[in-house]
Design a protein around this ligand. Structure first.
Ligand code: FE
Ligand code: ZN
Length: 515
């Protein structure tokens, strides 16, 4: 008798059997009813099977692969905790970058998890659906591992305890929050372009990499470990984002102008979020990896340039705000940290003026701008602080209606002039920080006129704890807003020089290194 031998399936065959062959075309219900969001954005897809999955991973190999990563990561995290690894970081100032990361970035990972679960459900194509499911699982893993590794710092330092509460309330956290809220409230095609392109491509290289190499440079093995563990997923995400964009463009010529408008919009939104990263790199890291300007030149001008050359054959041109973004590289971080120094009472981390040594570094990295425009400012603040008059701004800034950042950006060709743009919608005036944000507003005013702007909300009286009486004579609005933020006055906020974090870190490190 002849024996029938099943030959081992190739990866491609296995993938096809385990994913696409499990999909079917509905007959009891109309396809449009099962996938109701497929048409209203105007994107036309003729053949979903044309989508080539870049990784061809089956679910069982996905679990195996990810479980291995988790085992390694948690072993490193345990070792870090057991050995008081937090005392090995360069300086307690560094820990403030982790607070910024946990409050500003980790909640976005969770939103990415939700967003990909949602769009995965909306696509009729089995290929993108499986890829979105895996990305959704990756993102919740990123969120969990970040919370787990940063919880170790929460045992020893202030400002980590209320990150979730703060993400929905604190003035500057509305910048990353509104970025993701904007994406998840868009249609499924815009979401995938927004996140696959702006979040994974523009932001990953310029946000994740600097944070994580910053961690490595400053001796933080805990954050470094979660960073590398997430980074191996990121390469899959970037590829997915790019493949979907190419797929959409290949499906119908009518898709080109829609996708181009999304790339313009999401490049600018992503770039604005990077403001926080720029100041982190230049001012918050005690030991710096490279300047923001250098990072921009490598990751945006060189790598981004290559990406747009690749997309040019589909008719895509570089995004609208590209030149303006490049022009701002000499100014962005300095202007941003100045605002945080001003509003250091209302942030759940510490701020400080750069030291003379820091300023020498900044002057060397920014020969065209630092000494001329920014050094005098810091010297003034430092002098005031030495005289016991550390400056805290008691007023509130106007915010951009779109990116929600205080209006401190300057005109692309004049760093001494604040850039203001104004639009009108239904008899109301709206303010934007740039042509990029104004374009976004003017294209969808019904959406952005609804923005929850922290400063407007404070002035409308919506950001005070319930037990306050704003009419009482000793009412202190700033203190009450800070209380509503769950920021503990004097512990979580104000200048690093006087902080409990600084004192504790020095005392503990002395204990660990001498008797
Ligand atoms: Fe992620
Ligand atoms: Zn703006």
């Amino acid at each position: 008798m002849d024996m029938k031998v099943n030959k081992k399936l190739s990866l491609k065959e296995r993938y096809a059997l385990m994913t696409r062959d499990l999909a079917w075309t509905p007959t009891y219900q109309a396809v449009n009813d099962v996938f109701p969001y497929m048409e209203y954005e105007g994107i036309k897809i003729h053949d979903w099977d044309k989508f080539e999955d870049p990784f061809r991973m089956t679910m069982d190999s996905y679990w195996k692969y990810q479980a291995e990563k988790e085992r390694k990561l948690y072993a490193i995290m345990d070792a870090f905790t057991q050995n008081n690894g937090h005392l090995g970081v360069t300086d307690a100032r560094y820990i403030n970058t982790l607070k910024l990361f946990l409050t500003g970035v980790s909640p976005l990972e969770y939103m990415a998890h939700r967003g990909f679960a949602h769009v995965g459900r909306q696509y009729p194509g089995a290929g993108p659906r499986v890829a979105c499911l895996m990305q959704s699982l990756d993102e919740i893993r990123h969120f969990q591992t970040q919370v787990h590794s940063l919880s170790n710092y929460n045992k020893h330092y202030n400002g980590f305890q209320n990150w979730r509460h703060q993400h929905d309330r604190v003035w500057f956290l509305s910048v990353p929050k509104s970025f993701f809220d904007d994406a998840v409230s868009a249609g499924p095609f815009e979401f995938i372009v927004a996140i696959g392109f702006a979040f994974e491509y523009v932001l990953t290289n310029l946000l994740f990499v600097p944070f994580i190499s910053g961690a490595a440079y400053n001796g933080d093995m805990g954050a470094m470990a979660f960073g590398f563990s997430a980074q191996s997923d990121e390469s899959r995400h970037m590829t997915l984002g790019l493949e979907i964009i190419k797929f959409i463009l290949e499906q119908d010529p009518d898709n080109l102008p829609i996708v181009q408008a999304w790339l313009d919009k999401w490049f600018w939104r992503g770039f604005r979020v990077l403001t926080l990263v720029a100041m982190m790199m230049d001012y918050m890291l005690p030991k710096r990896v490279m300047s923001w300007k250098e990072a921009w030149e490598i990751y945006a001008e060189q790598n981004g340039g290559a990406l747009f050359k690749d997309l040019a054959r589909y008719g895509i041109r570089p995004p609208k705000g590209w030149e303006e973004a490049c022009k701002s590289k000499d100014h962005l971080s300095h202007q941003a940290w100045n605002v945080f120094y001003n509003y250091g009472a209302a942030a759940p981390f510490h701020t400080w003026a750069p030291s003379e040594k820091d300023m020498e570094w900044l002057a060397a990295k920014y020969p065209d701008s630092f000494d001329k425009y920014y050094r005098p400012l810091w010297e003034h603040y430092t002098k005031e602080q030495a005289d016991g008059k550390r400056f805290y701004n008691g007023t509130l800034p106007m915010l951009c209606q779109v990116c929600q950042i205080p209006m401190f950006f300057t005109e692309p060709d004049d760093p001494t002039k604040i850039s203001y743009r104004e639009s009108e919608y239904k008899g109301m005036k709206y303010h934007c920080c740039s042509d990029g944000c104004k374009d976004i507003f003017d294209h969808e005013p019904a959406k952005y006129s609804q923005s929850w702007l922290p400063v407007h909300q404070i002035y409308q009286g919506n950001c005070f704890p319930e037990d306050v009486d704003p009419t009482s004579p000793d009412f202190n609005p700033l203190a009450e807003v800070v209380r509503w933020y769950n920021i503990e006055w004097g512990r979580d906020n104000l200048d690093f020089a006087d902080s409990e974090d600084k004192k504790n870190f020095e005392a503990w490190r002395n204990q660990a290194t001498s008797n």
